[in-house]
Design a protein around this ligand. Structure first.
Ligand SMILES: C[S@@+](CC[C@H](N)C(=O)[O-])C[C@H]1O[C@@H](n2cnc3c(N)ncnc32)[C@H](O)[C@@H]1O
Length: 321
């Protein structure tokens, strides 16, 4: 991670130039918080996606051309890797001669633990870890791809279509499409819920607040000894449901004013001002389809499920055309 891009992202946040663009920073500090979140009963995206993988991993894997390299974007911590990535890879391995697995994550600890789990579980697969930002064109192009047409990208947990703002999603989808050759596939999970009532218990929680604070702790860590007065905890959580964009907005309200210097730029954090750290965007299949088509990705199969509270999740299989 380069200090200058982190610096720019936080300068943009405090100046109001950008919002909801910090999802990649919320896992850098206390990476165990996300693992605790997926283990709560109310965090439905995890349980619904596990169910979809259990029921459909074989169908997803069997109707694909030969896959020799699985690239997983954002595998995350232990729990989702064991419950989702491993069964998905097992299904793929039973249908294909998989030689390589690449765990790609901004968080080095997550990338390395996914690499280790897959390496121990699958004797015939060479597992690698890559620490990079997949929203960055230059960084994502450093992934070592198989030369023949046998790469498959997977991304679970609603990581791409749900977490960021519109610009971020477009950038990531474009980067993924550029990695794939025609005829190669991209499989991902997306949260397609649309009711505030059902979303509230999953997102309006102390763990979501702690995730947002992680971004501030990460900033404090990156700043090192400079700005030693910066208090990363001087924020309280605000959760909003934006009906128009069907988005859960996760914000921090400053509980006091603070001035900090980031990369020679003075930033004023103003008491009571709201800073939108990340979003959990709920998209319709139609919206996803439109966005994918801009980058020559075509939906081949959709597997959907819902729970008794009306929360919905989908796994989508798409092909680069
Ligand atoms: C919502 S978590 C999902 C984790 C897991 N796949 C799951 O299903 O629960 C998002 C993951 O993607 C990683 N991530 C988010 N944005 C990223 C980016 N721009 N570049 C690389 N990794 C990123 C995070 O570090 C985290 O591991």
């Amino acid at each position: 991670m380069s200090f200058s891009s982190l610096a720019q992202d936080f300068i943009d946040l405090f100046s109001g130039r950008q919002s909801a663009h910090l999802s990649k920073y919320v896992h850098l500090y206390r990476p165990e918080i996300f693992d605790q979140l997926v283990n709560t009963d109310t965090y439905y995206p995890y349980s619904l996606e596990c169910k979809l993988i259990k029921n459909h991993a074989h169908e997803l894997a069997s109707n694909l051309p030969q896959v020799s390299h699985i690239i997983e974007l954002g595998p995350g911590p232990l729990t989702p890797v064991k419950a989702k990535s491993v069964p998905m890879i097992a299904a793929l391995e039973s249908c294909h001669r998989v030689e390589f697995y690449s765990a790609v994550d901004f968080n080095a600890e997550y990338a390395e633990s996914a690499r280790e789990i897959v390496s121990k579980k699958f004797n015939n697969i060479i597992a690698r870890a890559a620490v990079l930002d997949f929203s960055n064109k230059k960084e994502i192009s450093t992934i070592n791809l198989s030369e023949d047409h046998s790469n498959l990208i997977i991304c679970l947990g609603g990581t791409i279509f749900c977490a960021g703002n519109e610009d971020y999603i477009d950038k990531v989808v474009e980067n993924i499409a550029n990695l794939l050759k025609a005829g190669e596939y991209f499989i991902f999970g997306a949260d397609i819920s649309d009711s505030e009532q059902a979303l509230r218990p999953a997102y309006f929680t102390d763990l979501s607040y702690q995730l947002m604070l992680n971004a501030m702790h990460g900033l404090k860590q990156a700043l090192g000894d400079s700005n030693s007065n910066f208090d990363p905890t001087a924020f309280e959580p605000v959760f909003r449901w934006n009906e128009r964009s069907t988005t859960v907005e996760l914000l921090l309200r400053a509980t006091r004013s603070q001035n900090i210097i980031i990369d020679n730029t003075e930033c004023c954090i103003i008491k009571d001002v709201l800073y939108n750290i990340l979003n959990s965007r709920k998209t319709s299949i139609n919206e996803i389809k439109l966005r994918l088509s801009k980058y020559k990705l075509e939906i081949v199969n959709i597997y959907e499920t819902k729970d008794v509270f009306g929360n919905k999740f989908a796994l989508l299989k798409t092909k680069k055309i």
